[in-house]
Design a protein around this ligand. Structure first.
Ligand code: UD1
Ligand code: CA
Length: 469
């Protein structure tokens, strides 16, 4: 039987209290990944024929996030979760199969939980199976109402509960498996006769029950998995849970994390054993880190590929790659698709932008190196600047192997400095330098004998004169 999925992602998220009119709730990130993307991650391993995301408020932003994995339909006015699902009718209504419905604001949902729910739905021959959870504080959730025989008879929303129902702590997780044809047949019969004047998807439970269609309910093992993000307090709460889970996964796989409470690792990050993550470190995106590295303290990595045995301290690295046995930092900034080979040194207050640093090369102090290819074993002296921008265009400079660039030099792009060249300290270089040559470009020094004393005496007299006044 085919499985379809609908992801509810059109809501404004009023309780987020945002002043922005183009930001959907499901686009808020946890560990650098939007909420709805976490939900798509959980769906990915399931064999799903077609995924449809219902977008609405902040729709273009949500579409951008889900585009690779789901088709989207617009719910132009947010009239409730039932009304949202109806928007998927043109894409799904006629299909034979089962449809999994999830909310885009429940980032902690796990694949195994969804898998189990689908299996139970099949085994029990249900027309509708709903995921529930027993929670310590049910406020805000729809309550699961069970009959005297224990079977689910309806779901009552927070806004509609009576005093007795208010005390029920089994709640609707917002995850369901439906017989697809019956889902769309019954959605047409919904009416907004409730406290919020919305079309509630949850009203289908009572309708299925009354029609004698078989309903099942599965209680989630860990209630925290269905935590829905409605406000920013819950956003922080879910982020803390996910962060801890991800860190534990890495620690159990051989990665040392010195202080989990200050370590932020995105869900797609891969780290090999015997790497040490020091406190205050953030690692996001599709970062892949090899063995025996020491990363941090206070380092930020985003979409970086790193080999083995590097030391990266107090640094910011984005969209770049670093080979093995390098020393980076403290206070290095590497970005703009830079590539660092092996056995290099990138020292303090060095910025790379689209810089290729070949094996054994060094830039140890205070440099800006933009759009430049630096050959093997070349030494970039302290305070070197590659001036790659003329106010309109960015141009590239190439520096060969075994070059010595003296401290305080400015290389004005585009130029080529060939192998084994030597650039004298303090030079401003705007023409290429041939192989083995020395380039010096600065005013020649003049020494005036004894003049140091004269100059000092003059300064002293000036000071005394001003004190007398
Ligand atoms: C919903 C459930 C509640 C359940 C809770 C679990 C209903 C009526 N209530 O309540 O029983 O306990 O989820 O988290 O279903 N959305 C749309 N269009 C709309 C309204 C909402 O796409 O018109 C989307 C939202 O973006 C969100 C999801 O549906 O991703 C849930 O909506 P939300 O307003 O958060 O519902 P809850 O009040 O949390
Ligand atoms: Ca919610």
């Amino acid at each position: 039987m085919k499985t379809y999925a609908i992801i509810l992602a059109a809501g404004k998220g009023t309780r987020m209290k945002s002043l922005l009119d183009d930001k959907s709730k499901v686009s808020y990130p946890i560990l650098g990944v939007p909420l709805v993307k976490h939900v798509l991650n959980a769906l990915r391993p399931l064999n799903i024929e077609k995924k449809v995301a219902i977008v609405g408020f902040g729709g273009p932003a949500t579409e951008e996030i889900v585009r690779d994995e789901a088709e989207t339909v617009y719910q132009h006015e947010q009239k409730g979760t039932g009304h949202a699902i109806i928007q998927a009718a043109p894409l799904l209504a006629g299909e034979q199969g089962r449809t999994l419905i999830v909310c885009g604001d429940t980032p902690l949902l796990k694949t195994t939980t969804l898998q189990k729910l689908i299996e139970q739905h099949d085994q029990e021959n249900n027309k509708l199976t709903v995921l529930s959870a027993i929670v310590p504080n049910p406020r805000g959730y729809g309550r699961i109402i069970r009959g005297s025989d224990g079977s689910v008879s309806e779901i009552v929303e927070q806004a509609d509960v009576n005093e007795k129902q208010n005390a029920i702590n089994e709640v609707n997780a917002g995850v369901y498996v439906f017989d697809n044809k019956l889902l769309f047949e019954y959605l047409d019969k919904l009416s907004p006769t409730n406290a919020q004047g919305e079309y509630y998807l949850t009203d289908l439970i009572k309708m299925f029950k009354n029609a004698g269609l078989k309903i099942g309910a599965s209680i989630a093992g860990d209630y925290r998995e269905m935590l829905g993000i409605n406000d920013r307090r819950q956003l922080e709460e879910a982020a803390a849970i996910m962060r801890r889970e991800i860190n534990e996964r890495h620690m159990l796989a051989g990665v040392t994390i010195e202080d989990s409470s200050s370590t932020y690792i995105g869900p797609d990050v891969v780290i090999q054993p015997d790497t040490v993550i020091r406190p205050g470190t953030h690692i996001y995106g599709k970062t892949a880190i090899g063995r025996q590295n020491v990363i941090g303290p206070s380092t930020f990595l985003d979409n970086v590929v790193i080999g083995d045995e590097n030391h990266i301290i107090f640094s910011h690295v984005a969209d770049s790659s670093i080979g093995s046995a390098n020393e980076v930092g403290p206070y290095a900034r590497i970005r703009g698709h830079s590539t660092i080979g092996n056995h290099t040194r990138v020292g303090n207050f060095v910025e790379f932008k689209a810089c290729i640093l070949h094996d054994g090369a060094k830039a140890a102090h205070l440099s800006y190196l933009g759009d430049v290819d630096i050959g093997e074993k070349t030494n970039i002296g302290c305070g070197t600047i590659v001036a790659n921008y003329d106010g309109y265009n960015k141009t590239k400079t190439v520096i060969g192997k075994d070059v010595f660039v003296g401290s305080g030099s400015t290389l004005i792009s585009p130029i080529v400095v060939e192998d084994n060249a030597f650039i004298a300290a303090g030079s401003t270089i705007n023409r290429s330098v041939p192989k083995d040559d020395m380039a010096i470009a600065r005013a020649r020094q003049e020494n005036k004998p004894g003049y140091g004393i004269v100059v000092r005496e003059r300064a002293l007299q000036k000071k005394l004169a001003s004190q007398k006044k």
